[in-house]
Design a protein around this ligand. Structure first.
Ligand SMILES: C[S@@+](CC[C@H](N)C(=O)[O-])C[C@H]1O[C@@H](n2cnc3c(N)ncnc32)[C@H](O)[C@@H]1O
Length: 192
């Protein structure tokens, strides 16, 4: 379970706005979505998972590349907004729950962690890494803002912690964010 003050902070943000980070209108977010989807590639993915989907703006761009997509968020208002925006995609399911405690029993061939890792504690990141090693059958794409966060971890620290459990395959730096591709240790389809 995330720190209580992190959950309270996130709940306050969503109580004030359904789009707290301006994902619907910000050119910066639009450019980041483009780079993220370009790194992910066209798919199709058998079973994709986005952890920390927010109001679903990135998930709705990802959905057409997926045969199944599970999007999850710990804040009920975010999950409700994502459910609304993904309503037209029958392959998409939105769960309200906290990673790593509430992760679904699936074997995703793509996991997207966009601007979510630094909300987790180091122990949660390590537990998440263990779950990914056991369950993921494909890449884990992590996108992180590189400036200061309001949380205990910044983006580089958070993805660095995940990299202690998974294999860091690629890091690309962009103005204000970084994009890391990691692989589960046991994946037989990992590119060399
Ligand atoms: C900055 S938003 C990112 C939304 C989307 N992934 C994107 O990049 O556009 C981060 C989201 O992660 C959610 N979140 C934070 N910690 C989480 C956790 N442990 N489990 C599930 N969701 C979490 C927050 O509620 C928030 O909606």
């Amino acid at each position: 379970m995330p720190h209580r003050d992190t959950l309270a902070h996130l709940s306050r943000l969503y109580a004030a706005s359904e789009d707290p980070w301006n994902h619907r209108s910000s050119p910066y977010e639009a450019a980041k979505f483009r780079e993220t989807l370009s790194a992910i590639g066209p798919g199709p993915f058998r079973e994709a998972l986005e952890i920390g989907c927010g109001n679903g703006e990135l998930a709705r761009r990802l959905a057409p590349r997926c045969r199944r997509l599970t999007a999850m968020d710990c804040i009920p208002a975010a999950a409700a907004a994502a459910r609304r925006i993904l309503a037209g995609f029958s392959q998409a399911t939105v769960l309200q729950g906290c990673a790593p405690d509430d992760l679904p029993d699936i074997r995703p061939d793509l996991v997207l962690l966009s601007e979510v890792l630094y909300f987790l504690t180091p122990l949660e990141i390590s537990t998440l890494g263990g779950w990914l090693n056991r369950n993921a059958a494909g890449p884990v794409v992590a996108v992180n803002w590189t400036g200061p966060t309001d949380e205990r971890l910044n983006g580089a620290e958070a993805v660095g912690l995940l990299g202690q459990t998974l294999i860091m395959a690629q890091t690309r730096h962009f103005p204000r964010f970084r994009l890391d591709v990691l692989w589960p240790v046991q994946s037989s389809i990992r590119p060399r």
